[in-house]
Each structure stands twice: as structure tokens, then as C-alpha cells.
Design a protein around this ligand. Structure first.
Ligand SMILES: C[S@@+](CC[C@H](N)C(=O)[O-])C[C@H]1O[C@@H](n2cnc3c(N)ncnc32)[C@H](O)[C@@H]1O
Length: 328
């Protein structure tokens, strides 16, 4: 969840690293006081700017415009940029950062993020760039994979693929250009139904914690879920819970996405077919009505995963327990 005040914690942490204990001891009392006042103001202003109330306000786009310009000479922290919606793909950033935090609490230092449906590669490029930010903040490396035919959309497989909107050959990739522009992105080229079954055996990916699904079709999304067939044999290649994003469940009056076509239908059918893995909307974001992508972030629970029950609540539960203790 985008937390009110997460920037405060991050910025406070940064300040501690910038001024070590010895340096602080050498500062005069006046400079310490001034430093504290500046720090407090930074916290207050930062907290106000990222608050849901401000983000919802008509001033927020203007503030973003101004902060983007300031960011060209004063680099804001990643958390602040996320909370302020200054990152290019906030939904990708949210999933990657939170998967890394989950990985950390499970003792992993490397995970994988997958994009199904790469096209020109702007999503994969963002993933590779943002992985550097996540590494700096969390110490978790993210390997980024992109699945695509390489030659655009395959033919639709009937009415549920919205053939009135998608056509074979749309969104072609310039493979050499993409490989040159995003050298760290790992492309898996071919139809998903052909490339997926051997993916884990061939690539032995670090635990997969994030999936961005932008394949447009019901049939391609359905095929992408075959990835979870590999969990039983290769649990070490998965986190027990994943952050998912589905691009094609909100659109226009022309697309007319719904539970009986496209990606939503694939999700519903998959949930109905088996019980080991369930995919559902991430409900913590629903109150964050300033985030336009809040209806597109899902979780996947891999209930049979050996790390599923591993306790990850130590830090947050500590705070919660003290808040719930009877006040005397
Ligand atoms: C809308 S584009 C992806 C856009 C990209 N994610 C971005 O953000 O720029 C959809 C892509 O999904 C790919 N695709 C759809 N079905 C596929 C399948 N069954 N196998 C492989 N690729 C598929 C198409 O080739 C196309 O490039």
C-alpha cells in the first residue's frame, strides 16, 4: 500500500546516512537546531505532498510538473517519487518494490519480474531501469524477463479475444533495436504456449515475484497462467505470493472489457479450474482513489509453496501490537 508518510521514513533514513554520528557530534548546537528544523520541514512538506488528500486535489498535477523540473537538478528519493506519482510507470514500480520487500523478508536477495507482452519494449526498459532503484533501496536484485512473439499479436482465438479490437500482427517488436536499448532485459521470443513450458528449466530464474500481463487476449493470458503449473516441481523459482498487473481489464467503450472476455475472463476461469493458486484483486489499494491503476493490481497466492506459511510480520506486527495494547 502506498503509505502516507513512507517518504518520511525513507528521507529520515537518508539523512542519517548523510550525516554520521561523529559528524553530528562535531556540529555546533545552532547548526544542529537549524538542521533539525530543515529536516522537520522537509518531512512535513513531503508528508503533505504525498498525502492522498493532496494527490487527489487539482493542484497535484501542477506540483508534479514542478517537481519533475526540480528533479532534473535535485534528485528526489525513489520512495518520494513513487508516492508523488513522479515515476513513469507507478504500477510497475509499486509491484517491483513490494515484491522486493517481500523477498527480503523471506531471505532472498534476487528475484525475477516478468512482462508478458513486450511489443516495442517500453515496459521492459522501465523494469530494467527501475530494478536499479529497487536494488539501491532494498539490496534485492531483480532480473527482468520479457515474453513476446517478437512479430506482434498472434491471430485471435475466437470472440473472447476481442477480435473487434485486436488483430494479428499488431504491436510488432524491433528485436535488434530493443536488444541494443535494453541489454539487461531477457527476451523469451515465441508464442507463450510454446516458450513457457521449458522456461524454468532453461533459464532457472531467480524466484519470480512479479508478473506484468499485457498480452491483450483472453487466450494469451490463459496460456501465461501455465507458468504456475511449474510451481510444484520448481518451488524455488517462485515467491509464495506474487504481485500481478493486468493491463487489459480497463479500457474504453470500444474495447468493452468485462468478466466474459479478455483478461478478466482468463483470471476467473483459472480460479475456477484449480485450488492451488488463486489470483485476486489487491484490495489494499482500493482506498487510494488517486491511483488510476488500483483496479489492475492483483495478488497470486501459491498456497502449496513451501515458504507460503513463513512468518513475515515481525516488523509490522510489533508496531501493531504496541498500538493495540490497552492504554492505562
Ligand atoms: C499491447 S502489446 C504490449 C505492450 C507493452 N507491454 C508496453 O507496455 O509497451 C501486446 C503484446 O503481446 C504480445 N502477445 C500477445 N499474445 C501473445 C502470445 N500468445 N505469445 C507471445 N506474445 C504475445 C504481442 O506480440 C504484443 O507485442
Amino acid at each position: 500500500m502506498i503509505e502516507k508518510g513512507s517518504v518520511i521514513a525513507a528521507e529520515a533514513g537518508k539523512a542519517k546516512h548523510l550525516i554520521g554520528r561523529q559528524d553530528r557530534a562535531m556540529l555546533s548546537p545552532q547548526s544542529k537546531t537549524l538542521g533539525n528544523v530543515v529536516e522537520l520541514m522537509r518531512k512535513k512538506i513531503g508528508g503533505f505532498l504525498v498525502s492522498a488528500a493532496f494527490q487527489r486535489s487539482t493542484l497535484a498535477p501542477l506540483a508534479r510538473w514542478a517537481l519533475r523540473r526540480v528533479n532534473s537538478f535535485y534528485k528526489f528519493g525513489t520512495r518520494f517519487k513513487m508516492d508523488m506519482q513522479l515515476v513513469e510507470r507507478g504500477h510497475y514500480a509499486y509491484c517491483m518494490m513490494n515484491a522486493a520487500i517481500l523477498a527480503q523478508s523471506l531471505g532472498h536477495t534476487r528475484i525475477s519480474a516478468i512482462e508478458f507482452g513486450v511489443a516495442g519494449g517500453n515496459g521492459l526498459r522501465f523494469m530494467c531501469d527501475f530494478a536499479d532503484e529497487v536494488l539501491k533501496l532494498t539490496g534485492v536484485t531483480i532480473d527482468c524477463y520479457g515474453f513476446d512473439t517478437g512479430s506482434g499479436m498472434p491471430p485471435p482465438d475466437g470472440a473472447k479475444d476481442l477480435p473487434y479490437w485486436f488483430q494479428s500482427g499488431q504491436y510488432r517488436m524491433d528485436v535488434p533495436a530493443l536488444k541494443a536499448r535494453v541489454p539487461n532485459g531477457k527476451l523469451v521470443l515465441g508464442e507463450i504456449r510454446d516458450t513457457l513450458p521449458d522456461f524454468v528449466k532453461t533459464h532457472d530464474p531467480a524466484p519470480i515475484g512479479v508478473i506484468f500481463n499485457d498480452t491483450d487476449y483472453w487466450s494469451s493470458t490463459r496460456d501465461s497462467f501455465r507458468l504456475f503449473d511449474l510451481v510444484a516441481q520448481h518451488p524455488g523459482n517462485f515467491l509464495p505470493r506474487l504481485f500481478l498487473y493486468f493491463d487489459d481489464i480497463i479500457g474504453t467503450e470500444v474495447e468493452m472489457y468485462g468478466p466474459y472476455n479478455g483478461q478478466l475472463l482468463a483470471i476467473n476461469e483459472y480460479n475456477d479450474q484449480q485450488s492451488a493458486v488463486k489470483i485476486h484483486l489487491n484490495q489494499n489499494l482500493l482506498g487510494a482513489d488517486h491511483l488510476p491503476w488500483r483496479w489492475q493490481i492483483y495478488y497470486a497466492h501459491l498456497f502449496d509453496h513451501p515458504q507460503y506459511d513463513t512468518y513475515v510480520g515481525a516488523i509490522r506486527q510489533g508496531a501493531l501490537e504496541s498500538a493495540l495494547r490497552l492504554q492505562v
